[in-house]
Design a protein around this ligand. Structure first.
Ligand SMILES: [Zn+2]
Length: 255
């Protein structure tokens, strides 16, 4: 009974936070404050009433449109409001009542915000990655895993940094942006494990190539056209959080 209650609380908290992450995703890249002014329609500036701000439900009731000007509310709002509590619940199932649960709640929240900003703006903001790098180190310092965290951060950031530096010489253009290596460093610092960081980078390149090739085959992108890499880095990290152990065991069995 208490377990059901905990899960309901986690879901509601996740949905409410997801709603706040949507505000961050919209406002951080255009350098608006994430606290004031209160939520308003970006098109007609009408204040959003409390009942219109209920995560998930409001989107469905309003049929994804602004009440006053009927401009479409991006589907991303609904996706983030569902994705956040689902990932929070998965974390609870994987880590239960532990330090890791708390740390990874923060980590996943940041990854969600970074992912959707990168999708929409092809940008990974320094105002997110810089502080998170140090917060990740600090958390691991308090947990007694500072050096694992630092080394994993250097591995993650270092590998992507090399790719960023080398790829213009090989492909005659930039394959990734500077934000990507900072994000990879943040991922390493939070995973605090060199092996898991490598697996997450491997998964990221695998997913990135898979989607890239599919988009080219479907004629949606041309060969060599820019595809933001941030969402693959974050997806790789999330997969490792939930299935890192299984992936390792699978690899060990086969090698
Ligand atoms: Zn409006």
């Amino acid at each position: 009974m208490i377990e059901v209650f905990i899960q309901v609380v986690i879901f509601i908290a996740g949905a409410l936070l997801g709603s706040f992450f949507n505000v961050c995703i919209y406002r951080l890249p255009i350098q608006e404050s994430i606290i004031i002014p209160p939520s308003h329609c970006p098109n007609c500036k009408t204040r959003i009433k409390i009942w219109e701000n209920i995560p998930i439900l409001s989107y469905i009731i309003l049929k994804g449109k602004c009440r006053s000007c009927e401009v479409k509310i991006p589907l991303r709002y609904l996706i983030v409001e569902i994705l956040t509590p689902v990932l929070f619940l998965l974390l609870w199932h994987t880590y239960g009542y532990s330090y890791e649960f708390g740390i990874y709640l923060l980590f996943i929240s940041i990854l969600i915000i970074i992912t959707f900003i990168d999708f929409e703006h092809q940008l990974i903001l320094n105002i997110i990655t810089y502080p998170m790098f140090f917060i990740g180190l600090l958390i691991n310092f308090l947990k007694g895993t500072f050096f694992n965290s630092l080394i994993a951060g250097l591995i993650g950031g270092g590998i992507i940094f090399l790719i960023v530096v080398i790829s213009p010489f090989i492909f005659k253009k930039e394959g990734m942006g500077g934000g990507d290596f900072k994000l990879a460093a943040v991922i390493g610092v939070f995973l605090a494990n060199g092996q898991n960081t490598l697996i997450s980078l491997f998964l990221a390149s695998f997913l990135g190539s898979l989607v890239g090739v599919t988009l080219i085959l479907l004629g949606k992108k041309k060969f060599g056209e820019y595809i933001p890499f941030g969402p693959y880095l974050t997806s790789g990290a999330v997969i490792v959080l939930f299935w890192g152990k299984n992936i390792m065991e699978w690899c060990v069995k086969r090698l």
